[in-house]
Design a protein around this ligand. Structure first.
Ligand SMILES: *Cc1c(COP(=O)(O)O)cnc(C)c1O
Length: 472
């Protein structure tokens, strides 16, 4: 430290001098003069503050390096790719389904060029957005008609607002769900303008609970898939099939919110059976709603399928325009749905299904290959064991069903829970953040969703064993 703060401040280079350094010149080439000048000003502000508390004046080259680092940090996408090693395949906070290559190609073509989105190329007249998917969705579900909106929450909102505005919507108390991220069925009903009529109790709802509730003010009966929980023990629920006859007798539509909504029998792929959209339609629901980015494995979207007259009414609701999806997702959905036409190849082409159906032995072999790589990257402070674990489907599909999987358990040889948190933070700070889960005093990396093994290993080079030793 030399001289008074004022003299150190005077020794700081000017913005112009920093701009003349080779590093700053390169930054100008890449990021433009305005952004570079702005970053240099920020670097200088920080250097001035440091001078005031005793630091020496920074050199022009150091300031340029600081500015370049700032520019790079700003440029990096905020929506960063991560390694999802949480064991939850459809992780809502990590973006749910991974879409198929075919879907991305279709979305890319739709994004880069004009498409016949609402245009009938045969007649040259105006077409309808729903025309692109209607036939395909009806073929795959057995429904009469179909439409697609922004997500399943929007689908439920639109159905309620169309069929139960100012009227009553009847739901079992056992099905008044809250899905993470503030989707609460009673709140959606209120916002849709429907009056919620709760029937039955939390654990038991009977046919007569519904039939006595149906009256002249009833807009619809709603059945909701209890996606993220299950009521067990002394329970009674009215099946969709029975409920449909009750609704029919009362002259009101039955709407079934399936949530995840699979289009295929998952037991064909070694998973537990989850009721399909086709089954819900066959059971007599007048409308069925489900998501595009859960088990279906496409982009975010919400489907409403079922009776033609009801869908025509929904089509006339001005809210539909506010909830519609864009051409990119429409293109990606069409391509995704087409893959379902060939169920034999579905598990190889649809990434979500491929990950869900991945055999545990395959994952265990990968864990054995990676254990020494991870141990090497972590140094001596952590033990790395190959472990059996259980993955979850996620997003409310088959909430109690877990899939046998394998992974790596990292545990501190000494130290505490804090060391685990610190290690988890280090892994999240890597160039491609690695997200695992803390379980039984270990940080578990479930490898079910790890496809880019080489990329994962290379990414670990960002860990310095010395750093890791320091946290344990
Ligand atoms: C997930 C889910 C929703 C919400 O669907 P999004 O596609 O996330 O909007 C609604 N209802 C049920 C039963 C669900 O499982």
């Amino acid at each position: 430290m030399t001289g008074l703060p004022s003299s150190r401040l005077r020794n700081l280079p000017s913005v112009d001098r920093v701009l003349k350094t080779p590093l700053a010149a390169a930054a100008v080439q890449r990021f433009g003069p305005q952004a570079t000048t702005h970053a240099i000003r920020e670097a200088l502000d920080k250097a001035r503050a440091a001078c005031r508390v005793g630091a020496a004046a920074s050199e022009a080259g150091d300031l340029a390096a600081d500015a370049l680092a700032r520019l790079k940090a700003v440029e990096r996408s905020s929506l960063r790719p991560v390694f999802n090693l949480t064991g939850t395949v459809l992780h809502t906070n990590l973006g749910r389904a991974l879409v198929a290559d075919e879907a991305m190609e279709a979305a890319r073509a739709a994004a880069l060029g004009a498409v016949a989105l609402e245009f009938d190329v045969e007649t040259g007249k105006r077409g309808e957005r729903d025309d692109h998917l209607r036939a395909l969705v009806c073929e795959l579900t057995g429904a009469e008609d179909a439409t697609v909106v922004n997500n399943n929450a929007a689908a439920v909102l639109l159905v309620l607002n169309t069929l139960a505005l100012g009227r009553e919507a009847i739901v079992s108390r056992g099905e008044l769900i809250e899905i993470g991220g503030s989707f609460r069925m009673p709140d959606i009903m209120t916002r849709a303008g429907a009056k919620l009529i709760e029937v039955g109790t939390t654990n038991r709802t009977h046919a007569k609970d519904y039939s006595v509730a149906i009256g002249p003010a009833t807009g619809l009966v709603l059945k909701v898939h209890t996606s993220n929980y299950r009521v067990e023990g002394f329970t009674a629920e009215v099946s969709a099939h029975e409920l449909s006859s009750i609704a029919k007798a009362g002259g009101v539509p039955l709407v079934h919110d399936l949530g995840s909504g699979t289009l295929v029998d998952l037991s064909l792929y070694g998973l537990a059976h989850e009721s399909t959209v086709r089954e819900a339609i066959a059971d007599g629901a007048d409308l069925v709603t489900f998501s595009g980015d859960k088990l279906l494995g496409g982009p975010q979207a919400g489907f409403i399928v079922g009776r033609k007259d009801l869908l025509a009414e929904i089509g006339r609701n001005p809210m539909k325009r506010a909830l519609r999806i864009d051409k990119l997702r429409l293109a990606a959905l069409e391509a995704t749905l087409k893959l379902y036409r060939n169920p034999d190849r579905l598990a190889e082409r649809l990434p979500t299904l491929k990950l869900l159906a991945r055999p545990a032995v395959d994952i265990a072999a990968q864990a054995a290959r990676l254990a020494p790589v991870v141990a090497n990257a972590l140094g001596y402070a952590f033990a790395v064991d190959v472990v059996e674990c259980r993955s979850q489907i996620g997003s409310g599909a088959l909430p109690l069903e877990t899939l046998p999987s394998a992974g790596l358990a990292l545990h501190p040889l000494s130290g505490s829970g804090q060391a685990l948190e610190a290690l988890a933070a280090r892994l999240r700070a890597l160039a491609v953040p690695v997200v695992g889960r803390i379980e039984k005093r270990a940080l578990v990396l479930d490898l079910r969703c790890l496809e880019d093994e080489a990329g994962f290993a290379a990414n670990l080079a960002g860990l310095s064993p010395r750093d890791v030793d320091a946290i344990a």
